[in-house]
Write a protein that binds this ligand. Sequence first.
Ligand code: HEM
Length: 194
Amino acid sequence: MQSIPGYTYGSPALNPSPLSLEDLEKLKASLLFTDDDHTALRQAGEVLADQVEEILDVWYGFVASHPHLVFYFGGPDGNPSAEYLAAVRKRFGQWILDTCQRPYDAQWLAYQHEIGLRHHRSKKNQTDGFGTAPQVPMRYIVAFIYPITATIRPFLAKKGHSQEQIERMHQAWFKTVVLQALLWCYPYVKDGDF
Ligand code: HEM
């Protein structure tokens, strides 16, 4: 795999997640996330792998068309920073693959925690050295669950799978986006309340 600047998945330097694997299992059960969803996500990974750039074009287009969202990619002059957007884009593409292909284990949990910190003021703007907005508000992370889920469906449907298979992949995608978005909320929540 080509190395992606700032992508530290699996690095021993990462802090472990504050959640245990048992906590993760309970969350998955609460989301009705089963082994069938892992299987469906692996299939989704095969479907999406060569469409990553087109997916990112859709998501970046969505963010760019809303000034209140692209604000969080702003540089020192307050305008959207092309360098910052481009740097994050590479890791965002890798995230699509990781979401479908990686085992959801302690390493995965640790990188979820890291992604949460990178949206929060504890670590935003540090990885690439760009960016001025101190943090992405938690409310937008939760709101994004819908567009990130709704917009993936046409891409899942592009490789000739049956409606039933597409639906299964889409439901699994929806569950994992909820799971990850909620894990990223951790740093925003008062100690003991998560
Ligand atoms: C970073 C996904 C919500 C703005 C990232 C990364 C991913 C990602 C995969 C790169 C993580 C890494 O460094 O490896 C998502 C998903 C979201 C979401 C799936 C919701 C379901 C948002 C929202 C905004 C936003 C609502 C605000 C417009 C950013 C910014 C960064 C980033 C500015 C770079 C942070 C830094 O300085 O390191 N996001 N994101 N994200 N995202 Fe999000």
